[in-house]
Design a protein around this ligand. Structure first.
Ligand code: C2E
Ligand code: CA
Ligand code: CA
Length: 713
């Protein structure tokens, strides 16, 4: 039996050298490491140099006595917890009391029973070790509680509470105050609106042994409110009788706050801080429910900034964001506070303002007297948006359009009201922008028809209903074919051959232009490859590339891969892009054009002259060809403004070393006028209409000038 590690260091203090020697010898014999001191003073200085595991200390000594030595020793580093056994006279109860008061751990009476001495010492060491272990685990529990902001408590039968230190900290209370707090005092700290709930749960716990878990708010002693989570259960004795209740109370304020922030982020637009679509729908639902009950009229206004993309292009995205924030503020001001009465005068008020899209805001008005009042509010909001916006160094002015849907007339569900307001907005934009439009059934019909057409077109692309026609580009002097433009048609099972004007805009709006262009490119490449195989003269084929295709990031790689797969040269493919496309984001467009040019593709600028401010920019575009738009060619033979414009385009093209193609040449007079100005490349009905690929192949094979004496319709 030796649980105490041998070699524990003991300090034996006695001024009686005989007794001290005896004790030291006995204990050394039992395996302890002994240091002797013959006075209190010496004991203190030895202990200060190296701490000991246990001190055996005589009470009566010359110089400072044992009591004083013990008291001072307790104050030394490592002295507070060392077990101190005091040697007192037998039956000297007063000394025994004084020994405890001075901080002794235990006492041994004289005369010393030498056979028992080593046992007493071992016992002293063991209980000190046990106390130490307990303190350590108590410390780590307290630490764990502190980290988790979690305190525990016990509620005894008499209504007294016992609390851990951390619980006191959660309540911002002095530890002593909490140690002896009553259950009622504890309940006092629970905030008014939660108190009854907590009280009932505690009562059921105490009376019926029913455990509980609750989240509630407390008010700390310093007045700060915190949110806590509390979990409590009964404590039972071995017979199953409830003797107390215990619980843990955790401060979850930070977690609740973090969750609140996450929820805020999930439900608000970060740019303007307004509710987003999800939150709008969440807020709108109860407002509509209320309107349903009170049988009142509501409106959803969908506001969209007109041509916001060009604002972004003009002043950059950061500037665009600032504009959006300013507009959000104006809408907020216009739908709240003073201006609210302007709407409210007509008996309505704003329930929600939200940002539902990149440049789209949504306002919900409730309690309207009449539908026209929504129109009044819309006009006021449009005016607010149209005020000049002062940004650093420049004024920006934008307009907006608004679509309005009404509850209950148009729809009863928030999402549907928004959808109908969006359809009305679409109409407002289509009919000229900077205005508001109410939703009506025809719009809905129009929107469903659009959806049906979209589905129809999607199917057509997959089903092989598209056809590629080719129209020659001709050298007017020789009337020989120098190229071709690929023009798509839709062979509709019921509608017959549908021209591109009837489905290309829809394809662009819906994104179907991507698979469509894919099909056109593939078809054009396989035609070229077929001609090459058959040894026909190879002329470049031009394909029209709409914005979404031109801007898609993998365009260049996709084209190169396709060309390689068909064994073609990139120069055999020409890409026609419009001026408006390039102008929408000039820097990106130039980079894209350069990348295409570097891979060897040829580039043509389509519909030239119809865009804005293009002449200045033309220098920047690395292109091969200019196509003069049909509208200028129409009257070219009469001179006049169109004639002058055509002349200047041709001169410009020559200066920039570009080929210039005139589109839509229908008459000999037009052709002659163009030739006289030096424009030799023509495309138009005068030479040939767009024709099926097989027919174009015939033309190529015959290597004859166009138009041919063909009896084709
Ligand atoms: P565009 O690129 O300007 O194509 C030329 C259009 O002018 C063609 O109309 C052509 O038939 C027509 N045209 C040619 N010569 C004459 C003429 O002498 N007189 C008149 N009045 N018209 C002439 P189409 O084929 O109906 O194409 C219309 C537009 O549809 C095209 O205009 C182009 O913007 C678009 N488009 C056609 N095919 C595609 C395609 O595959 N992809 C894309 N993205 N757009 C296409
Ligand atoms: Ca074209
Ligand atoms: Ca054109």
């Amino acid at each position: 039996m030796n649980p105490v590690p041998a070699g524990s260091r003991l300090l034996v203090v006695d001024d009686d050298c005989l007794l001290r020697g005896m004790a030291a010898r006995t204990l050394r014999h039992a395996g302890f490491d002994i240091v002797e001191a013959d006075s209190g003073e010496q004991a203190l200085s030895v202990f200060e140099a190296t701490p000991f595991d246990l001190v055996l200390l005589d009470v009566l000594m010359a110089g400072i006595d044992g009591f004083e030595t013990c008291r001072r020793l307790r104050r030394l580093p490592g002295g507070a917890r060392v077990p101190v056994l005091m040697l007192t006279g037998l039956n000297d109860t007063e000394s025994i009391d004084r020994a405890y008061e001075a901080g002794a751990t235990d006492f041994i009476t004289k005369p010393i029973q030498w056979v028992l001495l080593a046992h007493r010492v071992r016992y002293g060491l063991r209980s000190a070790a046990a106390a130490d272990a307990m303190r350590r685990s108590g410390d780590s529990l307290a630490r764990a509680q502190r980290m988790a902001h979690m305190g525990n408590w016990e509620l005894r039968v008499g209504g007294q509470m016992g609390c851990s230190e951390e619980l006191a900290r959660i309540f911002g209370a002095p530890a002593e105050a909490m140690q002896c707090a009553s259950a009622d005092a504890f309940l006092e700290r629970v905030r008014d609106f939660d108190r009854e709930r907590v009280r009932q749960a505690r009562e059921r716990l105490q009376n019926e042994g029913m455990p509980y878990q609750l989240v509630f708010q407390v008010e700390r002693f310093d007045g700060v409110a915190r949110t806590v989570f509390e979990q409590a259960a009964p404590v039972r004795d071995v017979h199953g009788r409830q003797v107390a209740a215990e619980g843990i109370t955790q401060d979850i304020t930070d977690r609740v706050e973090a969750e609140r922030q996450i929820r805020h982020l999930a439900l608000h637009d970060t740019l303007t801080g307004l509710p987003n679509r999800d939150f709008f729908l969440e807020l709108a639902a109860p407002a509509l429910e209320q309107a349903r009950r009170s049988d009142s009229l509501c409106a959803v206004l969908q506001l969209d900034i007109d041509r916001f993309k060009s604002v972004n292009d003009a002043i950059g995205h950061e500037g665009g964001d600032r504009v959006l924030r300013v507009i959000a503020e104006r809408l907020q001001a216009g739908t709240r506070g003073a201006d609210l009465t302007a709407i409210g005068r007509h008996g309505g008020h704003v329930e929600v303002l939200a940002r539902l899209g990149a440049n789209a805001f949504t306002v919900m008005l409730v309690d309207l007297d009449r539908a026209e009042h929504a129109a009044g509010a819309a006009q006021r909001l449009l005016q607010a948006v149209a005020e000049p916006i002062h940004l650093a160094g420049r004024d920006v002015q934008v307009t907006a359009s608004i679509g309005i849907s009404l509850f209950p007339r148009d729809a009863r569900e928030p999402a549907e009201l928004v959808r109908f307001a969006e359809q009305a907005l679409y109409e407002a934009k289509r009919t000229g922008r900077a205005r508001h439009r109410f939703f009506d059934e025809t719009m809905n019909a129009e929107a469903s028809a659009r959806l049906a057409r979209e589905a129809d077109l999607r199917r057509a692309i997959g089903n092989g209903e598209l056809r590629l026609h080719l129209q020659p580009k001709v050298d007017a002097a020789s009337r020989r074919i120098v190229g071709a433009e690929a023009l798509v048609r839709w062979q509709h099972p019921e509608r017959g051959l549908v021209p591109p004007v009837d489905f290309i805009p829809l394809a662009e709006e819906t994104g179907l232009i991507l698979p469509l262009t894919d099909w056109v490119l593939e078809e054009a490449c396989s035609l070229l490859a077929g001609w090459a195989r058959d040894g026909l003269p190879l002329v470049p084929v031009a394909v029209n590339v709409a914005t979404p295709c031109f801007m898609s990031d993998d365009l260049v790689d996709m084209l190169s891969a396709r060309i390689a797969r068909h064994g073609l040269q990139p120069g055999q493919l020409m890409l026609e892009v419009t001026e408006t496309l390039l102008m929408s984001d000039i820097d990106r467009a130039v980079a894209r054009l350069e990348a295409l040019r570097a891979r060897g593709f040829r580039l043509s600028l389509d519909d030239f002259g119809t865009g804005f401010s293009s002449l200045g920019y033309l220098k920047r575009f690395p292109i091969d060809e200019l196509k003069i738009d049909r509208s200028f060619v129409r009257d070219v033979q009469h001179g006049g403004k169109d004639g002058a414009l055509v002349a200047s385009i041709i001169t410009l093209g020559r200066m920039l070393d570009l080929k210039v193609v005139a589109e839509g040449v229908e008459t000999d007079a037009q052709a002659a006028a163009l030739m006289a100005q030096g424009c030799q490349l023509h495309q138009g009905f005068l030479y040939a209409r767009p024709m099926p690929a097989a027919q174009f192949r015939e033309l190529l094979a015959q290597r004859l000038p166009v138009p041919l004496p063909l009896e084709v319709a």
